[in-house]
Design a protein around this ligand. Structure first.
Ligand SMILES: [Fe+2]
Length: 447
């Protein structure tokens, strides 16, 4: 077990976090001389042990630690260069479940609380370097539990173990090995999407590039998902109907669909009105724009948040369906809303649906837990920000979840005078307007 000096007061995790935050990474990196190790192994460089252990680790390409359990020690890791992925697990009866996969790029800090079961890995071709702080200092690996996913085995290290690795030829490395101890369940195995944080929050251009790939990946199947998944069909049809009813009351010539996707929904909205107005569209995904063009929309490809992006003219209706939460910051949301307000004709109207942080059927609660756990608001996130992946996909998407107060202040700041906010059922009571505060999406009509 790790030993500690009896005189020293235990540092808090805040002390450790502050220490890591204040490190001058460049200066430290230039002074590190890692011992040479066999090819493929990571190289540990102990720096000091008081008031807590500080060790730098150099990870060669694709190297990973064993899955290990913190039993009686805690700490945090800062990525000095490169990228480190933290995979966290929960061991319940006979299942080892992967519960979180978080990517830490240069400057990101990950906490390793006591009791955590996790591994760290370098996902890059090039080396990554991380700085690890532990308390108490790890003087022995005795009794540390390691998990071997391939064999479903749990090993308990012996006092002779010199590292927390599974692949040891040394027969005295383990005290015992429990075979067939668990079944492994990977993240996202049971869900279509899962939360996938990246820390610190990447720059906007990187987020948008990733979003664009995320949608490119799905352009061909996107409409199929809307039509074949019952609640999605009911939701999108419900929203389309609500807009159509509103448009039937307007003298509408020009309609702009921001983030128009495949163009299917604006076309359906027009059909529902029985009117014949022009539909314009913008999307960041080239594949989506191709689909929209094929349906007869007048489209532009681009990032509507960029200063250069021009709305070209005014419109009688602007919609921002499903995707408003993809805007990466409050600043961009305000700018885009201001542009929308400026480009509405007198009597024109803006519609959007926004994810609700308090929807009990959605990720709101989980997002808040992850924000607190990884201190995401200290690492560039705004409250309500989330990155996620599709289980079947390769790219990460960004979404922002809203509160009612936030929506009111956004639209007011952007200059809208009439702001109507309702709730609309998403996965439950899909597409139906209601006023249950902890369910569904926000439905906003503003002018
Ligand atoms: Fe650890």
């Amino acid at each position: 077990m790790p030993s500690q000096s009896p005189q020293a007061a235990a540092p808090t995790i805040e002390d450790i976090w502050k220490y890591l935050e204040e490190i001058d990474a460049e200066e430290l990196l230039s002074s590190l001389e890692f011992p040479s190790v066999p090819k493929g192994s990571y190289s540990r460089l102990p720096l000091h042990t008081a008031p807590f252990e500080v060790t730098a680790i150099k990870w060669p390409s694709f190297a990973k630690s064993a899955i290990h359990k913190h039993d009686g020690f805690y700490g945090a890791v800062r990525v000095l260069s490169g990228t480190i992925i933290n995979r966290e697990y929960r061991h319940e009866s006979d299942v080892l479940k992967e519960i979180e996969v978080t990517e830490f790029t240069t400057g990101g800090i990950v906490e390793e609380p006591d009791g955590t079961i996790h591994l760290l890995e370098n996902p890059l071709q090039e080396a990554s370097i991380s700085l690890h702080v532990y308390y108490p200092a790890i003087s022995s690996f005795e009794d540390m539990h390691l998990y071997n996913i391939e064999e479903g085995a749990i090993g308990v290290l012996a006092s002779a173990a010199t590292g927390a690795s599974w692949n040891s030829e040394d027969p005295g490395h383990f005290k015992k090995i429990q075979e067939n101890a668990f079944r492994f369940s990977g993240i996202g195995e049971t869900d279509s999407h899962y939360i996938s944080p990246i820390v610190p929050k990447p720059h906007k251009t990187e987020i948008l590039a990733s979003l664009s790939h995320y949608y490119d990946e799905q352009a061909e199947v996107y409409d199929g998902n809307d039509l074949n998944i019952r609640w999605r069909k009911e939701y999108t049809e419900g929203v389309n109907r609500i807009i159509a009813v509103e448009l039937m009351k307007l003298d509408i010539q020009d309609y702009m669909a921001l983030c128009c996707g495949t163009g299917r929904r604006p076309i359906e909205i027009r059909e529902l009105t029985g009117k014949n107005f022009e539909i314009f569209g913008v999307d960041i995904s080239e594949n989506m724009i191709q689909e929209s063009n094929a349906r007869g929309l007048k489209t532009q490809i681009g990032d509507i948040t960029s200063l250069e992006f021009d709305f070209n003219q005014n419109y009688d209706c602007i919609t921002y369906l499903y995707a408003f939460g993809h805007l990466t910051s409050r600043k961009d949301r305000i700018e885009v809303l201001k542009k929308c307000k400026r480009h509405l004709n007198p009597g024109g109207v803006f519609f959007a649906d926004l994810f609700c942080l308090r929807n009990v059927f959605e990720w709101g609660e989980e997002i808040q837990r992850i924000h607190a756990k990884y201190r995401l608001e200290d690492q560039g996130y705004e409250p309500g920000d989330v990155f996620y992946r599709r289980t079947a996909g390769e790219h990460r998407a960004f979404l922002h979840y809203f509160t009612r107060e936030e929506i009111v202040s956004l639209f007011q700041e952007a200059g809208f005078e009439h702001i109507e906010i309702q709730k609309i059922g998403y996965t439950k009571r899909s597409g139906q307007l209601h006023n249950t505060s902890d369910e569904g999406m926000y439905w906003v009509k503003a002018s």
